[in-house]
Design a protein around this ligand. Structure first.
Ligand code: 8YV
Length: 322
């Protein structure tokens, strides 16, 4: 019997590609560059399974590109804001993602960004590298302490809770959170977390960390009005999705000093960042590294394999999202 065909739209860790190649007729994008909408539409016509990433936009228009052969989109990543789930369901395409395995790494990165902002690590690093460090002095590059402050978690799912856990247990921070559903009381007690309305959280928190999904429903959830509620000393951290924050409004707030700093791992139009953002000393800017460890990227790949294998075996895949 001929083997089922699988396309990886990017290169994956070699260990996972090898596992896939044992069972499937595996094709990968050797150039490892984001595919065009036309190339994705063609892939849906030509392969039994397509495994996209965050760099592939799969909307109704792409899905309307001809008769679809693919049975499923097995996304390499937890966030699926780049995939139109309703359009996939109407086209009879199953969609899966890779939750859980990237929770710890992403939460670690959120705390790293918070610390880098609070302790002005980016500014300090740039100074040393440029050979512009005048030497130690009692008042040079003073930041603020995170310990004992209040962290506001926006979106209290797996990654939001893991970030809260690090902030509370590691840094003695008080936790407030905003989410559509209140967390079970055992979790609130464990993290001494208080559920607040979003605007109130913005007004009270010293660090605000975003953990809601991307896509249309949360677009510009953090807008000029919400930024204006923040303390002038407060820090905004975004490891979720760029479109959740109105980037222009954020640049204006950082430029005027309405908020102290922002630590960003995601952007509205990746990999392009406005020059005004890149020039801000009070912004720490990382290139979407949330899940970027060897361990997690292999685990994400193996999670895709588990979903693929389940579909082929006629079972419901463990991480079905559409
Ligand atoms: C991934 C992420 O690297 O999983 C996610 O949602 O944001 C990242 O950690 C990326 O999405 C891979 O597709």
């Amino acid at each position: 019997m001929s083997r089922l065909s699988v396309l990886l739209t990017r290169r994956w860790p070699r260990a996972v590609e090898e596992v896939l190649a044992r069972t499937y007729d595996l094709s990968r994008n050797h150039e490892d560059r984001a595919l065009s909408a036309g190339a994705i539409a063609a892939a849906l016509r030509d392969f039994d399974f397509v495994c996209p990433t965050v760099t592939d936009r799969i909307d109704a228009e792409v899905l309307a590109g001809g008769p679809i052969r693919a049975r499923a989109l097995c996304n390499f990543g937890a966030g699926v804001g780049h995939i139109d789930l309703e359009a996939c369901a109407s086209a009879g395409l199953v969609v899966t993602n890779t939750p859980d395995v990237l929770t710890d790494d992403t939460a670690d990165l959120a705390m790293m960004l918070a610390l880098m902002c609070a302790r002005r690590a980016g500014e300090g690093e740039r100074l040393v590298r440029a050979d512009r460090w005048p030497g130690w002095s009692p008042t040079h590059l003073l930041g603020t302490r995170l310990s004992g402050k209040t962290i506001g978690i926006v979106g209290f799912g797996r990654i939001g809770r893991a970030t809260a856990q690090r902030a509370h247990c590691g840094f003695g921070m008080s936790v407030i959170y905003a989410s559509r559903h209140r967390a079970p009381s055992i979790i609130e007690q464990e993290l001494a977390a208080r559920h607040l309305a979003l605007d109130q959280l913005f007004a009270e928190a010293d660090v605000i960390s975003i953990h809601v999904p991307g896509g249309q429903s949360n677009r510009h959830l953090v807008d000029a009005r919400r930024l204006s509620l923040m303390k002038r000393s407060a820090i905004l951290v975004n490891t979720a999705r760029g479109e959740v924050v109105d980037e222009e409004a954020l640049i204006a707030a950082l430029t005027r000093g309405d908020i102290a700093a922002a630590g960003l791992d995601v952007y509205q139009h990746e990999p392009h960042l406005p020059a005004a953002l890149r020039s801000l000393e009070n912004a720490v800017l990382l290139p979407h590294l949330g899940s970027a460890t060897d361990e997690t990227r292999v685990a994400m790949g193996l999670r895709v394999v588990a979903n693929l294998d389940a579909i082929v075996a006629g079972q419901t895949p463990p991480d079905r999202v559409a």
